[in-house]
Design a binder for this molecule. Structure first.
Ligand SMILES: [Zn+2]
Length: 245
């Protein structure tokens, strides 16, 4: 059986000398693990189109429960990621999050779109890395059913206070008057940014500005929220945090 779909390589592993196995976040069939035979031979047409972060038109072949790549035509290679270690590390973290969250065997256009948009912006250096990280973390949680309830104070319905308290466990918000001693105090700008990421259309999710301090807080809170929901660690995140400026 053959399957044609667009996808981006989010993991690559060398098997024998010339073969590799790749994980591809596809538009139509979730994350697919597939063999690439002869990928590393110099004359292999598929060498580039099946490497990490290559976005390609793939043709897969399914036999005995295993996929192999029949053909792959590169559409976008994101070469610029390799010029900056911090950007590359962040991209690797995004790839690991996709492996964690993206569904298998079903359409996951939104997951793919988020990945492609973030990589484009990373390459063009159009936004601070901390902003990209926060947007990616929060948005992939929302796509995966972990959208927090942060429209208003959970008790009195107040929409804005200078400071509001985010309870990561309950995923709710509290105003100053109703504060019950649980939750992280966040300035209203950070709350507004979180709302923007959760509730905006996909093409607008990056359209907000915050001070450096605000972005740092935002990135810290989205990371804590993600780690709480996944109950695991991510090597790629630890690496990114160890090298970031
Ligand atoms: Zn309240």
């Amino acid at each position: 059986m053959s399957l044609n779909t667009q996808g981006i390589v989010i993991r690559e592993q060398t098997l024998k000398e010339n073969d590799r196995i790749i994980s591809v976040l596809t538009k139509n069939q979730g994350v697919i693990r597939a063999y690439v035979f002869g990928a590393k031979k110099l004359q292999s047409k598929m060498s580039a189109s099946t490497q990490l972060f290559a976005f390609s038109d793939f043709g897969f072949n399914l036999r005995n429960g295993f996929y192999s790549v029949e053909h792959a035509m590169p559409k976008e290679m994101f070469f610029e990621l390799r010029n900056d270690i911090e950007s590359l590390a962040l991209a690797q973290y995004f790839a690991q999050l996709e492996e964690e969250f993206a569904p298998s065997s079903e359409k996951c256009e939104e997951f793919l779109r988020l990945m492609l948009n973030c990589l484009h912006i990373l390459c063009k250096k159009k936004r601070p890395l901390s902003q990209l990280k926060a947007v990616f973390e929060m948005r992939i949680l929302c796509l995966s059913g972990y959208m927090p309830d942060i429209m208003m104070c959970k008790n009195c319905g107040k929409y804005e206070d200078s400071v509001m308290y985010f309870n990561k466990t309950e995923t709710t918000l509290c105003c100053k008057d109703c504060y019950d001693g649980v939750g992280t105090a966040l300035e209203i700008g950070v709350i507004q940014a979180m709302r923007h990421i959760c509730y905006s259309d996909h093409e607008k999710i990056f359209n907000f500005t915050l001070s450096d301090k605000g972005l740092k807080t935002l990135s810290k809170i989205t990371e804590e929220y993600l780690l709480l929901k996944t109950k695991r660690t991510f090597k790629t995140l630890d690496f990114y945090n160890s090298i970031k400026q």
